[in-house]
Design a protein around this ligand. Structure first.
Ligand code: EPZ
Length: 417
């Protein structure tokens, strides 16, 4: 199993390009199931979760051609409308095929995702939404089966809780339902808007994506499309924090600047200089970083997927920072590992109280989930001495060759088998 070995203490300089968004690519790949015509997707990041989704689509009946410039999907026929436990247990986003399969094939059998390191994360809102669209739902043996032999029909769906993939799943299903669907209290994440842009290119009728109310007028069938997905705001945000925590001078290029508003505001409040230049963001630190509180929220609030990275930065900041996590009930696994490196963090339910600055020293640490592992890499870059991060397969799920990108900016980081 791979590990990262990091020798810390070097300021990052130069520039790092952002990749395409993992959380935009996953629903976009699933959307190809909605049409019998080819869909071409560009800027798809080469990360493990994408490969898992591609394998799932092949099992379902798609032909998947991967080239350096694009991924071409062709699903003339859905031969097996199923997402098996073996795949879903490795990536819960597999449940994004539920809506497209029910809409296109009139039947879907998808394994329920089960627990996750960061929280319970049920898909009850996906299932309730499909039921509202007229599907007959049966749950047994760890699977949910949705049947709609006569096709889905439009409905008004109010989400009790804002859910990103729930919004995406039901938006996709509604594109082929008869009549109008209204999604209320929908997620407004940029990835939802990007998916709607792709679906619209495929011939779907969607209004209001990116707002809390989305209207979808169903159509008989969808066509193919050629779509370039958006840049990865979470990967880009991770690199911005890497530049700040190492007192560096780092520019992130091809960056979705407009999707990083909440992080930019907090970095500036903390005394980090952030300069926007077209699709580039440059961070520089010229004085002590100050402690600033954050509360994670749905977009456009502070992203929960940047909470762990931001906490690592606050261990180096002057003062007390309170980090409040409102989206997931168990997303502080990184705090104990940061404490092993010398950080002063006290957990109090959904709040973490971070006292700084504390010198971090290199240590052996274990990654527990994707973003927690990113925060350990950042801490290792700032620490004195050597840090060894175990289970980096977590980070490979969502970061494309992160060690190469960081090394290009001067980091001393190595992947060892
Ligand atoms: C998406 O997950 C992202 N994943 C997550 O990124 C991200 O953390 C999350 O949105 C929040 O921004 C992808 O886009 C593939 P939710 P998702 O449904 O859609 C509860 C990363 O690091 N809920 O918006 O699964 C749920 O338990 C990953 O890249 C229900 O109760 O998250 C949570 O508390 C991690 N019932 C809250 O809603 C449901 O049916 C928000 O979850 C659905 C969700």
């Amino acid at each position: 199993m791979d590990k990262f070995v990091i020798k810390g203490g070097r300021p990052l300089t130069g520039s790092i390009p952002a990749s395409g968004s993992k959380n935009s690519a996953l629903p976009a790949l699933a959307a190809a199931l909605l049409t019998a015509e080819p869909v071409i997707l560009r800027r798809i990041p080469a990360v493990r979760d994408i490969r898992t989704m591609q394998r799932l689509l092949i099992d379902i009946g798609s032909t998947v051609e991967v080239t350096p410039d694009y991924v071409r999907l062709d699903t003339r026929e859905i031969t097996s409308p199923e997402a098996p436990y073996e795949l879903v247990k490795t990536m819960r986003a597999s449940s994004l095929v539920l809506g497209p399969l029910a809409a296109r094939a009139g039947r879907a059998r998808v394994s329920l995702p089960g627990g996750c390191a960061i929280g319970a994360r049920p898909i009850d809102l996906h299932i309730a939404g499909l039921e509202a669209l007229g599907a007959r739902i049966n749950q047994s043996h760890g699977y949910v089966e949705a049947e709609a032999p006569g096709g889905l029909r439009g409905a008004r769906i109010h989400f009790d809780k804002i859910t990103v993939t729930g919004t995406e799943d039901l938006m996709m299903a509604a594109t082929l339902a008869s009549g109008e669907t209204v999604l209320e209290n929908a997620a407004q994440e940029p990835e939802v808007k990007d998916l709607a842009d792709l679906l619209t290119k495929m011939g779907a009728k969607i209004e209001g994506a990116g707002t809390s109310t989305i209207r979808i007028e169903g159509v008989k069938k969808l066509g193919g499309a050629d779509h370039t997905i958006i840049g990865d705001r979470i990967e880009a945000g991770t690199f911005l924090v890497a530049g700040a925590i190492t007192n560096g001078d780092l520019t992130v290029t091809d960056c979705p600047v407009e999707h990083l508003g909440a992080l930019i505001v907090k970095l500036r409040q903390a005394g980090v200089e952030v300069t926007e230049d077209g699709s580039s963001l440059r961070v520089r630190v010229s004085g002590p970083v100050r402690s600033v509180d954050i509360t994670t929220e749905e977009y456009p609030g502070f992203a929960t997927d940047l909470q762990a990275q931001y906490m690592a930065l606050m261990t180096q900041a002057e003062g007390i920072a309170i980090v409040t996590e409102t989206i997931f009930e168990n997303r502080f696994m990184h705090a104990q590992e940061l404490a092993r490196m010398g950080a002063n963090i006290r957990l109090d339910g959904r709040r973490a109280i971070v006292a700084g600055p504390r010198e971090l020293t290199g240590a052996g640490v274990i990654a527990s989930d994707l973003r927690a592992s990113a925060s350990l890499v950042l801490a290792g870059l700032a620490a004195h001495g050597e840090t060894v991060i175990d289970r980096v397969y977590h980070i490979d799920r969502g970061y494309e060759r992160i060690e190469e990108k960081l090394a290009r900016a001067g980091a001393e980081i190595e992947r060892v088998d």
